[in-house]
Design a protein around this ligand. Structure first.
Ligand code: FES
Ligand SMILES: [Fe+2]
Length: 456
C-alpha cells in the first residue's frame, strides 16, 4: 500500500502524498524497443504537413527518433534518419538533389528510400556504399499530410483509406499543433465525452457555439470494435435528442461530430468535422495532425474559418498555446487540460470515476494490443481502399422524441442503441446507398414524427 493510500480521507495530508511514483511505462514510452514504441510502429501516422516540404530538408522527431524529411527534385519524399551514415553530420543541412539528398560534410548522397547513391571522396572502386543501410521509412502523402510507417517492413499494412477522407461536399484543410506532453494524455481526451460538460461548459462557460446544451450530463454508450471504439453521447433539448457519435481508432486516430453545429431540428447521419491523429514526437512531446472538414451540412452555424487552420492553428477554441495568458487562465481549453497533466501523467496518482469509462477502456485495449505485439501477434488495423473505404461513424443524429418524465435517460439510451444498430447494419452499403439505408431504417423504426422538419 502506498503512503498516500494509508492517508485516504484524512485532512491536511500533503506530507503523506508526496511519493515519487512512476508513470505507466508500458503505455507511455514510445522509443525504439519500448513496448508501446514497438506497438506504435505497427501503424501509419502523419509525421509532417505537405506545406513543410520546400527547398530545404526539415528536421523532425517522431517516436523518439531524430529524422529528416524532404521532397527531392524528382518529387519523391524521403524520411531518413537525420544523421549521415558517414560521420553523422545532420542531413538537415544537406542539399536536395534530383534524387535524394547530399550531405554537406563530405558529399555522400542518399536516395529517398535510404539507398546510398554516391560517396564522392572514396576511390572509384570502393564498395563502401553497398555495406551500409541508412535508415529510411516509407511515406504516403495524402491531402496535405505526409504519413509514415516506421515498423518492420514485412508487416507494413496498406495505407488505410477511411470513408471520411472523401465525404461529398467536404473541403478538408490540414493542420498540426504541438503539445509538450505525452501522446496518451492528448489521445485520452478524445475518449472522454464528459469533459465537455465541465471544461467546455459548466466550469468555464460555453466554448463551442451551438453546443451550449452540452452542459447536461450525457447518456453515453461505448461500442467496441477490433480497431478501436465507437461511442455516442446523447442529450435532450425540448423534444429533440442529439446523439453525437465518435470514432476512436487505436492507437490515436479520432473523429467527432459536427463543429459549429446547432440543435434546432432533426438530422440523420451527420458526418464529422474533424479527423485527427496524435503523433508521438517522443515521450514528453506530441503533435496533433488532422483535417478540419468544412461543409454546409455539418457546420450549420457557418462559423468555421478556413484561414484559421494550418500549421500551429485550428479554428475552434482552446487547441493551442497561442492565446494570451489571461485567456488561458480564465477559460482553459483542451490544450491546457492535457498539457497541464504534466510531461507524462502519473496514472498511480489518479482516482478514476464513473466518467472515466472511456479512458479506462482505451488503456485496457492499448495494454492488450501492446502485449500482443510483444508476443509477436498481429494487431487489428483499419482496412480500406478508395473503392471500398473503412467505415466510420463520427457525426450527429438528432431525432424528435418527446421527453418521458418517468425514465428519460432510458428513452435516450434505447434510441441511441437503436441508431447505433442501424449505423452498423448499414456497413454492407457504400456512400449514397448507406445513407439511404440509414434514413429508411430510422424512419421505419422511429416514425415520421421523429424526423419532422428535417433540413428545414
Ligand atoms: S558526414 Fe556526411 S558525408 Fe561525411
Ligand atoms: Fe474538448
Amino acid at each position: 500500500m502506498t503512503e498516500s493510500a494509508r492517508w485516504t480521507n484524512k485532512k491536511y495530508g500533503g506530507y503523506h502524498t508526496r511519493e515519487n511514483l512512476d508513470d505507466d511505462v508500458d503505455l507511455t514510452r514510445v522509443g525504439p524497443a519500448q513496448p508501446c514504441g514497438e506497438y506504435m510502429r505497427r501503424f501509419w501516422f502523419p509525421v509532417a504537413m505537405t506545406e513543410q516540404l520546400g527547398e530545404r530538408p526539415v528536421p523532425i522527431r517522431i517516436l523518439g527518433e531524430d529524422l529528416v524529411i524532404f521532397r527531392d527534385l524528382s518529387g519523391n519524399i524521403g524520411l531518413l534518419h537525420r544523421h549521415c551514415s558517414h560521420r553523422r553530420m545532420s542531413l538537415e543541412y544537406g542539399r536536395i538533389e534530383q534524387h535524394g539528398i547530399r550531405c554537406a560534410y563530405h558529399g555522400w548522397q542518399f536516395d529517398a528510400d535510404g539507398a546510398i547513391l554516391d560517396t564522392p571522396g572514396e576511390p572509384a572502386d570502393s564498395n563502401i556504399k553497398e555495406k551500409i543501410c541508412h535508415g529510411a521509412y516509407p511515406i504516403h502523402e495524402y491531402k496535405g499530410l505526409v504519413f509514415a510507417y516506421m515498423g518492420p517492413p514485412d508487416e507494413k499494412p496498406e495505407f488505410p483509406i477511411l470513408d471520411s477522407f472523401n465525404i461529398e461536399g467536404h473541403e478538408m484543410i490540414p493542420y498540426s499543433i504541438h503539445s509538450p506532453c505525452n501522446w496518451l494524455q492528448e489521445s485520452e481526451n478524445s475518449m472522454d465525452p464528459f469533459h465537455s460538460v465541465f471544461l467546455h461548459g459548466r466550469v468555464n462557460g460555453p466554448q463551442f457555439p451551438g453546443l451550449e446544451h452540452f452542459v447536461a450530463l450525457p447518456v453515453v454508450q461505448y461500442f467496441k470494435r477490433p480497431e478501436g471504439f465507437v461511442y455516442s453521447h446523447c442529450r435532450r433539448q425540448g423534444d429533440l435528442i442529439m446523439m453525437r457519435f465518435h470514432d476512436h481508432i487505436t492507437p490515436t486516430m479520432a473523429q467527432n461530430g459536427g463543429m459549429f453545429q446547432k440543435l434546432d431540428g432533426p438530422k440523420v447521419f451527420g458526418r464529422t468535422s474533424l479527423t485527427k491523429w496524435v503523433t508521438p514526437i517522443d515521450d514528453t512531446n506530441s503533435r496533433k495532425f488532422g483535417w478540419r472538414h468544412f461543409n454546409d451540412a455539418d457546420e450549420v452555424l457557418r462559423q468555421g474559418d478556413k484561414s484559421g487552420v494550418g500549421w500551429e492553428k485550428v479554428d475552434f477554441y482552446g487547441q493551442t498555446a497561442h492565446r494570451t495568458q489571461e485567456e488561458r487562465l480564465s477559460s482553459p481549453g483542451d490544450w491546457e487540460a492535457w498539457t497541464s497533466q504534466g510531461p507524462i501523467n502519473i496514472h498511480q496518482r489518479e482516482y478514476l470515476g464513473t466518467t472515466d469509462e472511456g479512458v479506462s477502456m482505451l488503456r485496457t485495449k492499448l495494454r492488450k494490443d501492446i502485449r500482443a505485439v510483444q508476443r509477436g501477434k498481429p494487431v487489428a488495423h483499419p482496412k480500406g481502399s478508395e473503392a471500398a473505404p473503412y467505415h466510420t461513424y463520427g457525426g450527429d443524429t438528432v431525432l424528435r422524441i418527446p421527453e418521458d418524465s418517468l425514465d428519460d435517460p432510458g428513452i435516450m439510451r434505447q434510441a441511441q442503441s437503436q441508431v447505433a444498430k442501424i449505423y452498423f447494419a448499414a456497413d454492407q452499403y457504400e456512400e449514397g446507398d448507406r445513407r439511404e439505408f440509414i434514413s429508411g431504417e430510422i424512419h421505419k423504426h422511429f416514425g415520421s414524427e421523429a424526423v419532422r422538419g428535417m433540413g428545414s
